[in-house]
Design a protein around this ligand. Structure first.
Ligand SMILES: [Zn+2]
Length: 66
């Protein structure tokens, strides 16, 4: 039997890859998935994702260019 890959969900909003494009990330040697809607949050406001995944509190926010 062929093993089917489980449907993945965004680590933040929990929407599935069937609803919205998910970006695959690797962090702390583990894969994780975030959707295109939540990706900017990870880049600019990673502190809002603390508690969503392990080590989120260690990610520095990108520089702002206002
Ligand atoms: Zn999301």
């Amino acid at each position: 039997m062929t093993e089917k890959t489980a449907t993945q969900n965004c680590l933040n909003c929990k929407r599935s890859e069937n609803e919205i494009p998910l970006v695959t990330l690797r962090y702390s040697e583990k894969p994780m998935f975030i959707c295109s809607h939540c990706l900017p949050m990870l880049i600019h406001h990673p502190e809002t994702l603390i508690g969503k995944f392990e080590g989120a509190e260690n990610i520095p926010p990108a520089e702002h260019h206002d």
